[in-house]
Design a protein around this ligand. Structure first.
Ligand code: NAD
Ligand code: DAU
Length: 340
């Protein structure tokens, strides 16, 4: 099977490529990535010499480049991880989110249709459902929960999902969509909560917690997400949406305190800062469908996953130190300068 993976130099796509090449040795993986600030070729170093791996640098919104890549590789499966993925960046600069997340998806869908791919999979997010109240722990997102977005990021991801649904109905394309909750693990870009807090704490820098830190996220170890996607593209039903999550809801402040505790650092590093605009209160996934239909369950407990993640960041300083370059410093100043 030839699997074309977009966004494979990023966090989840990179982990997906490592895990797929290790567990499906008969498959070939072609990674297409534009290498934005979030794309890092060092994430792919462990697989660059694998004879079943190919890398193509391209923008998914560039229809000419994408068509040429499909012509060259003729993939059986296309999995679209590529996206602008950070909510805070979407608040300051929405345009690129619409271009990559919506137009990029349309370009990939058109190429998949022209080249008759057997499965197109859209990696979506629970953020398309909006948020849930803190005082109703009984409420969870199901696949039937209406789309109700909050940020330019989630609106762009919802736009891509709607396009996929339109292509399923209009062109009868074999498309699946997955909507996952917050992931964490190795190779996570340090603009996101867990790696940012980890790296700041390791350097004894302040930990910027938005608002009161009471917002809740439903955390899943990245490899559990990758395995769910592999199950969906191989055994899932075309035309279906699958939620992915492991009933692991935690308030941000508790996650931050757990990181400090595991690192042996003091809570005085916590710095409450101005809240994110439009900040979603709580996400909570109901994964009943993927569990019943495909037998998927998360394998990694949060405590273990966090330990593994901390170990990885301690052992891979070079990876994240290279990331903390000029662009990251400018972003940090832009996002946190007025808050701290
Ligand atoms: P990331 O920001 O770490 O990586 C994104 C990758 O896409 C990078 O390698 C980047 O270079 C590439 N990319 C960006 N624009 C591109 C373009 N125009 N053409 C080609 N490549 C481009 O993101 P991530 O956290 O790994 O998320 C991957 C996917 O999973 C996204 O679609 C995101 O919406 C979704 N998702 C993420 C999470 C999470 O917790 N991180 C949870 C649910 C869903
Ligand atoms: O739910 C899935 C989504 O999870 C994905 O679709 C997104 O791509 C991914 O970035 C993530 O979105 P969040 O906005 O939930 O993740 P982030 O790590 O940015 O923030 C997690 C929570 O932590 C959120 O409530 C905001 C808060 N936060 C974040 C940062 C970066 C802070 O309190 N301080 C911070 O500095």
């Amino acid at each position: 099977m030839k699997i074309l993976v977009t966004g494979g130099a990023g966090f989840i796509g990179g982990n997906f490529i490592h895990d797929t090449l290790a567990n499906y040795p008969d498959d070939t993986v072609i990674c297409v990535d534009k290498l934005t600030y979030a794309g890092n070729m060092e994430t792919l170093t462990p697989v660059m010499d694998n004879k079943n791996f190919f890398f193509e640098k391209a923008d998914i919104a560039d229809s000419v480049a994408i068509r040429a890549i499909f012509e060259k590789h003729h993939p059986d499966i296309v999995i679209n991880f590529a996206a602008e993925s950070h909510v805070d960046r979407s608040i300051t600069d929405p345009g690129i989110f619409l271009k990559t997340n919506i137009i990029g998806t349309q370009v990939l869908l058109d190429a998949s249709r022209e080249f008759d791919v057997k499965r197109y999979h859209q990696v979506s997010t629970d953020e398309v459902y909006g948020d849930l109240p803190l005082d109703r722990p009984d409420l969870l997102f199901t696949e039937e929960t209406p789309i109700h977005t909050s940020s330019p990021y989630s609106a762009s991801k919802a736009g891509a999902d709607l396009l996929c649904l339109a292509y399923i109905r209009t062109y009868k394309m074999p498309i699946t969509i997955s909507r996952c909750s917050n992931c964490y693990g190795p190779y996570h870009f340090p603009e996101k909560l867990i790696p940012l807090m980890l790296i700041n704490a390791m350097q004894d820098k302040p930990l910027p917690v938005y608002g009161k830190g009471e917002n809740v996220r439903d955390w899943l170890y990245v490899i559990d997400h990758c395995r769910a996607i592999n199950l969906i593209v191989r055994n899932g039903t075309p035309g279906e949406i699958y939620n992915i999550g492991g009933h692991n809801e935690r308030a941000n402040i508790d996650v931050v305190k757990e990181i400090l505790q595991q690192l042996g650092k003091p809570e005085t590093l916590i710095n409450y800062v101005t809240d994110r605009a439009g900040h979603d209160m709580r996400y909570g996934i109901d994964p009943t469908k993927i569990n019943n239909e495909l037998g998927w369950l998360p394998e990694t407990k949060f405590e273990d996953g966090l330990k593994q993640t901390i170990k990885w960041f301690k052992e891979n300083k070079k990876w994240w130190q290279n990331v903390l370059d000029g662009e990251y410093q400018k972003y940090y100043e832009r996002n946190y300068g007025d808050r701290l």
